[in-house]
Write a protein that binds this ligand. Structure first.
Ligand code: FMN
Length: 188
């Protein structure tokens, strides 16, 4: 028997994206975003509350970076998702995170995260009290420690977090169990 839960949204897993931007005074901010993802080959969509400092920063600088929260940085990643730069001026310092300026966009790259995507903003649309941002990817940087022997990114080594919205918990991206665009061919 199936049980009805009504209008409860539990699409799981969701990514744990760390969005980094520059504040008006030039200091860096970061927030945790689960409502985001790839929306075209080179485009990333974010759904942000209008009340976040990050949202103001994105509108002003037209840029942001996206890092993948990982197991190693779990506590800092959750912290930036529960404390606003509105209330804590030294938010990144408190999180133990350090930044350098992106070479490509007006946004910070957080050094502790092994994989970061740099984006320029191409669209900001306000809808239903939320702000929907689309960024175009202009570069991606990865630490050597997450590359395989051929120099490609190995997601297994990254230990990326996913957000389980059914239980409000973080899980780690796990074992490889199949090959996309290939395994289904067995039924052709
Ligand atoms: C797991 C998790 C996921 C979140 N996802 C989003 C999201 O997708 N969109 C959003 O607007 N806020 C999201 N938040 C809340 C922001 O990260 C949080 O309000 C943050 O403090 C905003 O920081 P700022 O005001 O310094 O920009 C999430 C928080 C957590 C812990």
């Amino acid at each position: 028997m199936k049980k009805n839960f009504g209008a409860k949204a539990v699409i799981t897993p969701l990514p744990v994206l760390i969005i980094a931007t520059y504040n008006e005074d030039g200091t860096a901010d970061a927030m945790n975003a689960a409502w985001g993802g790839q929306c075209a080959g080179k485009h990333i969509a974010l759904n942000l509350s209008a009340s976040h400092i990050t949202t103001d920063n994105i509108k002003r600088t037209n840029a942001f970076t996206v890092s993948f929260a990982d197991k190693k940085n779990l506590v800092a990643s959750d912290y930036v998702g529960i404390v606003s730069a509105k209330d804590e001026k030294n938010k990144l310092e408190k999180a133990g995170l350090h930044t350098v300026k992106s070479e490509f966009v007006d946004a910070p790259v957080i050094e502790e995260y092994p994989l970061t995507i740099e984006c320029k903003v191409i669209s900001v649309r306000e809808e239903l009290g939320e702000v929907r941002v689309v960024g175009e990817v202009v570069n991606m940087t990865a630490d050597e420690e997450i590359l395989d022997e051929n120099g490609n990114i190995d997601i297994g080594k990254l230990e990326a977090l996913v957000y389980d919205s059914a239980s409000h918990s973080y899980r780690v991206v796990g074992e490889k169990v199949g090959n996309a665009f290939k395994d289904g061919a067995a039924l052709k």
